[in-house]
Design a protein around this ligand. Structure first.
Ligand SMILES: [Zn+2]
Length: 97
């Protein structure tokens, strides 16, 4: 979607500190973090909200969030599923820069 910041990040057209990605998802640090280490995990395909996302993209996003949370971190991560704003999953907790 042309006016979506998250889609611009996925396309590499907007800057982001990407911490994980795969064929279906991208994870990056939130520019306005709610906690230290607040990251967002989003599907590469645009979804306006949780009700619009496909089952497949939702599954891939949750699997990616779990993969990110399972990565060795000095302080651990807390997965906070279902960001009510637009995209799907927040992963909170300190991450190494
Ligand atoms: Zn989008």
């Amino acid at each position: 979607m042309a006016d979506c910041l998250f889609c611009a990040i996925v396309a590499g057209e907007a800057p982001a500190q990407i911490v994980d990605s795969d064929e279906h998802t991208v994870a990056f640090m939130d520019i306005n973090p709610a906690t230290a280490g607040h990251a967002l995990v989003i599907p590469r395909r645009h979804s306006a909200d949780l009700l619009e996302i496909s089952d497949s993209d939702l599954e891939h996003t949750m699997v990616a969030a779990r993969r990110l949370a399972a990565q060795p971190q000095p302080h651990g991560l807390v997965v906070r599923p279902f960001d009510p704003r637009a995209h799907v999953v927040d992963v909170c907790g300190p991450l190494q820069a």
